[in-house]
Structure formats: C-alpha cells, structure tokens
Design a protein around this ligand. Sequence first.
Ligand code: NDP
Length: 489
Amino acid sequence: MTHQLVSTDPATDEVVATFDVQTAEEVNTIVARAREASPWWRDQGYDGRRDALLRWKRHLAKHSEDLVQLMHRENGKPLTDARLELMLALEHIAWVAKHAGKVLRPEKRRPGVLLANFTARVENLPYGVVGVIGPWNYPIFTPNGSIATALAAGNTVVFKPSEYTPAIAQWYVDAFAAANPDAPDGVLSLVTGFGETGAALCRAGVDKLAFTGSAPTGRKVMAACAESLVPVVMELGGKDAAIVAADADLARAADAIAFGAMGNSGQTCVGIERVYVERPVRDAFLEELTERVRTIRPGSDKSASYGPMTMPSQIEIVRRHVDDALTGGGIAVVGGRESIGDRYIEPVVILDPPHTSSAVQEETFGPTVTVTTVESLDEAVKLANDTPFGLAGAVFSRGHAEEIVDRLETSQVSVNSVLGFAGMAALPLGGRGESGFGRIHGPEGLREFTRPRAVATQRFPAPINLLTFGRKAWVVRLLPRLIRWVHAR
Ligand code: NDP
C-alpha cells in the first residue's frame, strides 16, 4: 500500500489534500526526467527563459486569489499576509527573469603580460538539475527564492516542499506547466513526502541542493549531499536582534518591531526575536511597543493579525522558551505562559530575561520577543552579536545607525525598519554561522546557481612561449630576469 501524506488546515484540522509519500526510486525517476528536460531549458537561452518565467508570473498573478485562499487554508496565515507573500515572490520572479542575461553573460578578463597572446573569458554555466527543499513558514516566497533563481540561471528544478504545505507547492509547480504548455515535463517538478523523501532527493543525482529550514536538518542534508560531493546552499534559522538607540524614533521602532516579531505568528527566519534598548528610553519604548502589541490578535477571521501556528510541535518550543525566560527572572510585560494555546499563541513581550535563557539563545519561531535593557550601544552590539546565528538584524537610530551597522556580524541589516531587504529582489539573502551559507536572490543568487567556466583562447603564437617542451634557450635564460623585473620591484 502506498504511504500517504495528509495536509490539514492548522486552524481546524480539516484535510486540505492528500499526497503519496514518494520513494527513493520515484524521486530518482523524477530527477532523471528533470535531467532530460535540462538541454531543452538551457537551449531556450536567457530570452526564452525570461519569457517562460514571465508567463509563469502572469499566470500566478492572474489566478492569485485561488492560491491565496489555499495558502490561508494550508498554512493558516491571514489572506492579506498570503497576498503580501505572493506579491514579493512575483517581484523576485520578474527580477531574475529580466536580469539573469545581464548578470550571467560571459565576461572578458585580462590574460596578463605572460599570456598576452590569449583572450580570456568566464562563462556562467547552469549546474544542470537543482534540488530545492523548502519550509512551511513562507511556502511560496522562501522556496521561490531558490527555485526562480535556479530556473533563470538555466537549471531545471525538483522541489520537495515541507510536509505541512505540499498543496501550495503543487499549485505553484502546476502553474509553471499551465503557463508553459510547450515545455517538456521536468523543467520544474515536485516530489512529496516527509524527511526521507528530502534525503532521497539529496541522493538522487542532483547537481546542487538548496535547503531552507533548521540547522539540525541542514546538517543532515549536508551529510547526505557530501556522499556524492553535491554542493549546497543552506538558508537556516536566525535569532535576529533589533537595537533601539536613545536617539531613535521610538514610535517608528515599536511599530516595526511589533510587526517584525509577531507577523506570520513569529514564524519568520528573519523575524525580530530580541530587542536591545538603551536605558534612558527603555520605558518610553516599552510603552510604545505595549500599546501596539495589545492591538494584535491571532485568529482565522478577517481581522486577525496573524494565524495559528502552522506546525503543532512548534508550540511546545515556544512554551519552553517563555517558561525558561520567566523562570529565570524575565518580566512578562505583555502576555505570559497563559498566552500559549493549543493552536494560537497570543503576543508575548518579556523584559530582561537572562542572556543564557533559551528565549535569548535559541530560535523561538513564535509571536514572542525579549526586550533587554542596555547601558550603552557597545553593550547592545556585543549582546546582539553574541549568538551562533548570523542572519539579519535591525538598527533604530537617528545619528548612530551606520556605526552600528558596521559592527553587526549579520548578513542583512535593516535601518529604521525591519525585513525590507527580503523584499528587494536586487539584494542577496543568506546567513553565516548557524544561519547557513550561500546566497539566494539578486545577482549573487543567480551566480550561486551557476558554475564558472574559464576559457583561454590562444590568438597567435607568442615569441616567448613557456608552455612547450621546445622552449628556446634564450627564453629559458630570460625567465629569472623576468621574475625579478616583473615581481621584485
Ligand atoms: P526542518 O528543517 O526539519 O524541515 C525543513 C525541510 O526539510 C522540510 O521540507 C522537511 O521535510 C525537510 N527535511 C526534514 N528532514 C530531512 C532530511 N533528513 N533530509 C532532507 N530533508 C529533510 O524544519 P521544520 O519544519 O521541522 O521546523 C523546525 C525548525 O526549523 C523551526 O522550529 C524553525 O526554528 C526552523 N525553521 C526555519 C526556517 C527558515 O526559514 N530558516 C523555516 C522553517 C523552520 P518535512 O517537513 O516533510 O519533514
């Protein structure tokens, strides 16, 4: 009997869709089909691929309300959040479609004095077949950052979505085929299942693997890929901090931080989980933050600010972090232990939890935020950087923002705002440390899904030819002088 995967509405437990759990053999077949489609897709060139991606984008936009309803049902997020997520994904598809040719076109390089009789260039070739393993928190936007970029760079793609959001993924993949009926099967395909199906994808002969999810699973994916030396991109979690300086616009900071921390039920890898605020403005900031957070409400109705927790097991992690912070002496400014329900979590703001508590050290992925009082910006930067993660951060200051940006060790920083970098299709996104490595989005993302090939072409024989056993005696005698003349001065 075929093993089945049932996806449900996290607000009601109603069944949304049922999928087969695909075996390693089935995954191998789908990857083989993607490989067969590879020459066709590569031969479309940048213009052909741009047109195909833009047709896909238009199809997604035209039928967006169907997709948005499905995102609401399967992931739980409010309709407006689903629309915003889709809008950002469409921006990214448009950007990579239009810019891939310019970013990846062959580039001439200087051959250097010794080989001046050559021309030199670098070509950016697609890998072939790229495997993408995606998460459930932004079921379109997040995998799309790898999928659209890899496609625009000339790769075919096999996508394994999270077990919590396979129907959304199916809709997104089917839309590509619907918009491009002339494309062969296998340009963009789906495999469904649990972790083992993802592991099978790593071992199915893909040429590169892009993973988004947790660091522990990222390690397993890397280990599986290492067996065949498959290169990987790792987009992992974060513990992003916002620094609020004494000269910040506190109302603006509180507004942005409330959204950055609680939006999408806090299930955002680049969400704000920690705040460091300078003591002179601590109380005024807390007042502003509390005022905003008190108007935020989880639910599944039209006016809810955010939805249920998508993955039930996450609720226990949030409970443990809140409990740990409060037991250690943190003060519940908004909500507390009682905020954590069976499906929904009310907003929680905790003041001055111990730095060692799990709420400060580990990724919480819930609608909670810690606020820590600091005596100086130096202390704020030190504490913000004191984490194994290194995804993003935010700085709120009128006069010191740039100096704080310089000292933050994250890969993305927002100034006087949150999350903006993720919406800008021209900016790269990625991490360091436990937040992973490699880049998606922007020119850096396009290059991530290509391998450079160096081509050196001899135009005419040079009088000084060192690349032959028939080197002339005067050339051999000249070499020591040449070394001193070129490099010893
Ligand atoms: P995981 O990292 O476990 O899963 C992410 C993806 O990897 C899913 O598609 C999952 O499939 C797949 N997967 C699981 N095991 C394997 C494996 N052995 N080999 C290959 N693929 C595998 O994340 P979770 O969804 O379990 O969430 C756990 C934590 O991860 C959260 O608490 C949060 O902290 C973090 N997270 C971070 C995200 C980010 O954006 N950086 C996104 C989501 C989560 P399946 O779902 O079918 O198991």
